[in-house]
Design a binder for this molecule. Sequence first.
Ligand code: PHE
Ligand code: NA
Length: 453
Amino acid sequence: MASTPAQRPQWGTRIGFVLAAAGSAVGLGNIWKFPYIAGQNGGGAFVLVYLVCIVLVGLPIMLAELMVGRHTKKDAIGAFIALEHKRSWWQTPGWISVSAAFIISSYYSVVAGWTLDYVYRALMGRFAGTDPAVVEGMFGTLIADGSRQMVWHFVFMALCLAIVISGVQKGIERWSKILMPILFLLLTLLFVNGMISPGARQGLEFMFSPDFNKLTPGSVLEALGHSFFTLSLGMAAMITYGSYLKREEDLFAAGLRVVILDTVIALMAGLAIFPIVFAVGMAPAAGPGLIFKTIPVVFSQIPGGAILAVFFFLLLSFAALTSNISLLEAQVAYLIDERGWGRKTATCTIAALAFTVGIPTALSYNVMADWTFIGNRSFFDSADLIASNYLLPIAGLLIAIYVGWFWGGDEEKEELMAGGAGWVYPVWHVLIRFVSPLAVAIVLYYKIDEAGL
Ligand code: PHE
Ligand code: NA
């Protein structure tokens, strides 16, 4: 049974959409990546460049994806079929985005499983008062243990499945309305804790004091690439979530709120993390090293660390959960809209497939440690490389070009202007036609170069 437009789900409220879309956007990128790249690339100078990238590239493409979704009321592939049934090559961005969603959902779940493992350890009080070397070693032990990772990968995927299977309103919207406020509350507590910590000043300086000497052309590229990833663009999530937006909703206002939330949360994350890292005299690292080694050591040493550790890893788990459900939903929507599947069958199939493809990621640092794929990379790194360096920017570029140049008529104008101010459309149109595609093309060029292929 193909679902007819009348049966197609919609968000119940605007805040429901904003929280669900912010749930997709706010993820590991905000917490383990942004604060660090800001600190490394000249602090305040980088934050400025990043904000400019968000406004000139991230927001316009976000609006373009929401428009494509809401206008067609379809999944990311169906949307392009509906718009361009005569020129089928324009389905390409849809296919690339959904493939990206599939690949990312497989390995994201493994990393999210690590955060669940750390929630468990924190609850058991494994960090507090423990020798720093032991705490640091826990991460190595975890990734050397394939079956332990697979258990958490399974638990995480099962949680995502339980939410997505319950539908757009009863599953995704309902849980976003519960998880996102808790996430914000936890982050606020950690942020206040950071601001009253003895390292507050140093943390603020690391992230904000502008050092224009550290701002290289490479930093600008980093800011551009990150503005894209952080907003979940090019991975079908925003097209799909946009397709559940009501026609009368002010799309610009809703999209803007999502972007602001994502940015504020990234800044707060940095001010929650760096002060306490500096307070115990450690050096900030990036990515998994920061989250799974440095931070647990910090929590083992500061007052209240036992409880703060629980908060921190819960925060990460919730951020990962609401991101991964958007990726699953993007794939599920395709099976429902284009293949006529029921939601239950579609969700179970996608979750099972993503779980299976995630297994080699969970085994990347143990059983399969010697297996290399693209350019000597592990399975995990190869999957990440394909998705982040190629699929996302290619999809984003094609979407910007399509919406800017090929999507004819004034349909998009009407969509966007429903309720928006008069200057919004002309400004957005210039950005989506010229600025965004050019910026993404440059990022893509350097990402391919960086991959060294
Ligand atoms: N936007 C997410 C982040 O900042 C990244 C992401 C979300 C990646 C959803 C994939 C899927 O971490
Ligand atoms: Na983000």
